[in-house]
Design a protein around this ligand. Structure first.
Ligand code: ATP
Ligand code: LTN
Length: 332
């Protein structure tokens, strides 16, 4: 019997993976690989809440799987799978829609941010599907960046509501948010989150970018409006750009903010930005090279997602059967 606690998380294949997703989420998934029974999903059904080009969605799903593995997620240690391959997600998603309140969904900031155009029902009810993703696996922790905290809180509320009516059906999960790197900001606008759908390509670093591109972006990263000080010091309120670069450097090297301040004492922003760029290049280099190698072997990737879907479905179907029984659905 596996005594380890369970983890679940997912990322949408809605764009190329970014340094933000790596530092806020994937890095933790990898660090905890031996200590938890973990499920990591590519949530393609969530991605279609925003219009996608089918060929791009297919390509990015495969690339994302290759990147998961290249980052260090050994498919024999954790379950890697594609959401649409496990129908229980859609099935429990519907059920939980009926236990999630209109008012709760209206308060979700991600919905408000993304609802400028194409405000479809899926975009609105997305957190109910996310709750289903999570609750199917009865996980203890959900390792995500801080932007997902609100969705995990809603998942906890829905699970508690369901348990209060039907008894102990769901484990109540907790968000697992890193101390450093929980919210990496755009390199060109340190007041907004680094995101794969950012319109400014210079604000965002992708895991598969070349060293030259990465260095160029870090060299032109915004530091602080008062460049006369030119001093590397952690002050998120006054110097958000510098604080963001310090977060990134700390994630890449393991150094504390104190150590970083000492290392760059009297050396100015130019030297610091170059050092951050170089540290990120070195962190991403093996991931990029390994991704390329894995992507060339389509049969291997197919075997990984098939094995993952089978393992995930075994757990998910058990929870779904329990839920259907509690609801009063007649067994098939
Ligand atoms: P989109 O632009 O499509 O909303 P995104 O770039 O914000 O996407 P997601 O796919 O939504 O990224 O996020 C994947 C995971 O990475 C989530 O756990 C999320 O919290 C985390 N994450 C995303 N961006 C960042 C960031 N800038 N800093 C830290 N964590 C992040
Ligand atoms: N909402 C998340 C993606 C996501 C997710 C999940 C994360 C969908 N289902 C389950 C953790 C657990 C996002 O937009 N990043």
């Amino acid at each position: 019997m596996d005594e380890r606690k369970t983890m679940f998380s997912g990322i949408q294949p809605s764009g190329d993976l970014t340094l933000g997703s790596y530092m806020g989420a994937i890095r933790n998934w990898v660090d905890m690989i031996d200590d938890y029974n973990a499920y990591y999903c590519i949530v393609d059904m969530h991605a279609i809440t925003v219009r996608q080009v089918p060929a791009d969605l297919r390509r990015r799903t495969m690339e994302q799987l290759a990147q998961y593995i290249a980052c260090g997620l050994d498919p024999h240690k954790v379950t890697l799978f594609v959401q649409s391959h496990v129908p229980a997600h859609a099935e429990l998603g519907w059920v939980l829609n009926c236990y999630t309140m209109f008012g709760e969904l209206s308060r979700m900031t991600q919905f408000k941010d993304k609802s400028a155009e194409n405000i479809n029902g899926g975009l609105f009810t997305y957190p109910a599907l996310m709750a289903a993703d999570i609750l199917l696996y009865q996980p203890d922790y959900i390792p995500v960046g801080s932007d997902q905290k609100q969705h995990v809180e809603l998942c906890r509320d829905v699970a508690t509501r369901f348990n209060n009516i039907y008894g102990d059906v769901f484990t109540i999960p907790q968000a697992y948010i890193p101390r450093v790197g929980a919210r990496i900001m755009s390199l060109t606008d340190p007041t907004s989150k680094m995101s794969k759908s950012d319109k400014d390509p210079n604000g965002c670093v992708h895991l598969l970018e070349t060293p030259e591109e990465i260095m160029r972006k870090f060299k032109r990263a915004v530091t602080d409006s008062d460049t006369s000080e030119n001093c590397v010091r952690y002050d998120p309120a006054e110097k958000p750009g510098v604080a963001n670069l310090m977060q990134i450097y700390s994630c890449a090297t393991g150094e504390s903010f104190d150590e970083i301040e000492k290392e760059f004492l009297g050396r100015g922003y130019g030297a610091f930005k170059t050092a951050v760029g170089e540290a990120v290049v070195e962190q991403l280099r093996p991931i990029r090279e390994e991704t390329k190698r894995i992507l060339a072997d389509k049969a291997y990737l197919e075997s990984v997602y098939r094995m993952g879907a089978e393992k995930a479905a075994a757990t998910a179907n058990k929870t779904l059967r329990k839920v259907y029984k509690k609801l009063g659905f007649v067994a098939r």
